[in-house]
Design a binder for this molecule. Structure first.
Ligand code: NAD
Ligand code: IPM
Ligand code: MN
Length: 358
């Protein structure tokens, strides 16, 4: 079989733990399907700051650029929280997304029936929830000019938010196209009552909407959306939004599924290349204890198979295995109702691997 190159950048905190379980899933897929994955590991985030003096070493970027896909854990932690911007793990994360041109971040939030009791929301509200947040990933306030200056009231900090029509169009088209393959409903989320970037966003959405007549479009202000996500989550299909709103709303959507430890993501550009990572961070509060939930990262591998490699059947095998293990009642602490019954990271990974059958 053709060899697929995967850059593996495990990162900090629980990153290496959850990525370790995802690698087991890759190995099992090789056995089941005869596929070949060549893994190349790179230093990234806080550990790269410690060992190389920069969160995103050139060598790591090179590894990613010669790969077909990237598997990422998470970065960050208290050790580096007071560093200057250049020496922050998070700066490396923004840098890798920008350098690889990954403007589209796809974050599915699907409520497994058997996990309805794991959420803090009422089961009847969660019934049938299956949505995707399509988050713009390389623009907006994250990437606008930032600076400090002296003002009349002391030091001032400035973050600028910039979007051009091209950037808006390409992500909104992604939203429409994904909606066309699903329940054909698109919610475009903005703050057009206040922000100029949001007004340009909304104008652009309205301009291209006639090209997708089969998709039912609603504009939702972001504050209202935050509320509606808890009130009527199952009515959402695809949500398309700018960088920071997407960051916040996807963590909120995670809690519909029971835990942020369940949410996978794909970051894509123009071609089939993609970076796959869980939505959660390095979870310093539980790092090193072997109790983190590896499912978000394992489901990110399923997304990699679907979106970059075109291995649809292998993706289904992973998703089915996850569902089967959850249906059987196995839970990591974050999704366990009875915490005393919770299993650890490697036990969960092993069960999922064992449940993978063609
Ligand atoms: P976090 O997502 O790391 O953790 C939030 C809470 O969720 C914590 O209580 C944590 O224990 C729990 N949690 C997260 N993932 C879990 C999992 N797989 N299983 C069980 N529980 C899980 O967010 P935070 O605490 O705000 O951030 C911690 C660090 O991670 C910060 O340095 C932040 O910048 C960084 N971060 C990185 C990424 C990334 O690399 N993509 C994403 C978000 C945050
Ligand atoms: C995420 C994270 C990152 C973001 C941080 C760590 C830079 O929260 O991937 O959601 O805000 O994009
Ligand atoms: Mn986030």
């Amino acid at each position: 079989a053709e060899v697929k190159k995967i850059a593996v950048i495990a990162g900090d905190g629980i990153g290496p733990e959850v990525v370790g379980e995802a690698i087991k899933v890759l190995k099992k897929t090789e056995e089941l399907f005869g596929y070949k994955f060549e893994l190349e590991h790179g230093l990234f985030g806080g550990i790269a700051i410690d060992e190389k003096g920069t969160p995103l070493p050139q060598e790591t970027l090179d590894i990613c650029q010669r790969a077909d896909a990237v598997l990422l854990g998470a970065v960050g932690g208290p050790k580096w929280d007071n560093n200057s911007k250049e020496l922050r793990p998070e700066t490396g994360l923004l840098g890798i997304r920008k350098a690889l041109g990954l403007f589209s971040n796809i974050r599915p939030a699907v409520v497994f029936d058997c996990l309805k009791d794991a959420s803090t929301l009422k089961p009847e509200v969660l019934e049938g929830t299956d949505l995707i947040v399509v988050r713009e990933l390389t623009g907006g306030i994250y990437f606008g000019e930032k600076f400090r200056r002296e003002g009349a009231g002391g030091q001032e900090a400035i973050d600028t938010c910039v979007y051009n029509v091209q950037e808006i169009e390409r992500i909104v088209r992604q939203g429409f196209e994904i909606a066309q393959k699903r329940r054909k409903k698109l919610a475009s989320v903005d703050k057009a009552n206040v922000l100029e970037t949001s007004r340009l966003w909304r104008e652009t959405v309205n301009k291209i909407a006639p090209e997708y007549p089969d998709v039912e479009l609603e504009h939702v202000l972001v504050d209202n959306c935050a509320m509606q996500l808890l009130r009527r989550p199952s009515s959402f299909d695809v949500i398309v939004t700018e960088n920071m709103f997407g960051d916040i709303l996807s963590d909120e959507a995670a809690m519909l599924t029971g835990s942020i430890g369940m949410l996978s993501s794909a970051s894509l550009g123009e071609g089939s290349f993609g970076l796959y990572e869980p939505v959660h961070g390095s979870a310093p509060d539980i790092a090193g204890q072997g109790i983190s939930n590896p499912i978000a990262t394992i489901l990110s591998v399923a997304l990699m198979f679907q979106l970059t490699f075109g291995y649809a059947e292998a993706a289904e095998v992973i998703e089915r295995a996850v569902k089967q293990v959850l249906d059987a009642g196995h839970r990591t602490g974050d999704i366990a109702v009875d915490k005393s019954q919770a299993i650890g990271t490697t036990a969960m990974g092993d069960l999922i691997v064992a449940a993978m059958v063609r």
